[in-house]
Design a protein. Structure first.
Length: 159
């Protein structure tokens, strides 16, 4: 498992380029609030990112993409930026929220997703995550407790 993390960190290091620097400058220079969004596991990570940013002095809040699409945009205002997290970059709710955010605020969207995703295509700054398999997929052949934690809500047994 630690080898999996090592590989992921090494791959991530290679992605810290000028786009990353632009995203940091954008977020650090905001006069308004950073909206952080994501769905599923990415949403849980986004909640942690928003909490960490807030605790370090950057105004940030998590907004669930589905709730945003149904009118929960009270915190979104001009001058805001959106940090949209999605592993695949293909979930329609996050993509629709990013589009809506740009129309409502004229603000910039920073995406963090796998390369060449739909979400990255609409982002002003598209940051990439390494295209690596989920860690639980790498260890399923081993007798390890987390190997039994499936990623989907499907209850049928898997081979």
């Amino acid at each position: 498992m630690l080898d999996c993390y090592r590989v992921a960190l090494e791959a991530t290091k290679d992605l810290l380029d000028e786009r990353f620097a632009r995203a940091v400058e954008l977020i650090a220079g905001l006069d308004s609030i950073l909206i952080v969004t994501g769905l599923g596991k990415s949403g849980l990570v986004a909640q942690k990112v928003a909490a960490t940013m807030s605790s370090t002095g950057t105004q940030a809040v998590f907004v669930h993409p589905v709730e945003a699409l149904h009118g929960d945009l009270g915190v979104v205002r001009p001058g805001s930026a959106l940090l949209a997290l999605s592993k695949s970059g293909g979930n329609e709710e996050t993509i629709a929220f990013a589009r809506q955010f740009k129309v409502v605020t004229g603000g910039q969207v920073v995406s963090l997703t796998e390369p060449d995703s739909k979400l990255a295509a609409i982002a002003d700054i598209a940051l990439e995550i390494p295209a690596l398999p989920e860690i639980d997929r790498r260890v399923r052949s081993r007798p390890w407790p987390f190997a039994m934690c499936w990623r989907s809500s499907c209850s049928r047994p898997r081979a």
